[in-house]
Design a protein. Sequence first.
Length: 301
Amino acid sequence: MTSYNLTHLQQLEAEAIFIMREVAAQFERPVLMFSGGKDSIVMVRLAQKAFHPAHFPFPLLHIDTGHNFPETLEFRDNLVESLGERLIVRTVQDSIDQGRAAEEKGPNASRNALQTVTLLDAIEEFQFDAAIGGARRDEEKARAKERFFSHRDEFGQWDPKNQRPELWYLFNGKKNMGEHFRVFPLSNWTEMDVWQYILREKLELPTIYFSHDREVVARNGTLLANSPFISVGDKETVETRRVRFRTVGDMTCTGAVESVADSLDDIIAEVAAARVTERGGRADDKRSETAMEDRKKQGYF
């Protein structure tokens, strides 16, 4: 890959498109993880550029916790309809009903970690051999250890100490029966890169990424959206604040930030000045020092 006369964003775009095409060339049954969040929206645009005018050589897969933001689900369905691509949805609720996962109890209960069971079951159901996701190395220290092609064993587990070298953009997709790969074309992107790309490409986003008035509950330094999925404690209060979300996930653990940024330019300026990481408001990452890495070793994305 040459980078002569390419801008920073053009280099990142070319790298991601190259990796997507490598996936299509090396794997028989890839799938693109799609949550309706900004990173997966960027991934869809990259897939369009990689394979246009053909349809994607893979379906989209959403693991729905049942506690997602309704704005995100509405956006997901509208975008997929406009694309004319295939969307597969598998739900955590089905995993619970089948006895495959157990609902957490207590005031901080969340279904976020339960996605692992549903995801691994979906990979087994459809025999996917590569799952493409929008995770980036700048998001969290465990994700910083990932390679572009991240091998998973027959149990869906990740071993950060035993990853394959990726010299000169040569990717080893060889696997044994039952194993699969997670592939991260946005690995070298930052949150700022994503927002600048969204601005450049004029991509539409769910409204929760922009400043709006919302009922929230302050809990352990995190502003959680008030919803039927959380229990408000005796010493907690529900109040309306002007907020937006930097990342999208389960409503029970995805924190908002107070913000007046209601345009892409305002968001980019806000991100440039931010001193808290993008996932700094994610309650699930605060459960332990190694929360994300522990989940990833179990098969989490």
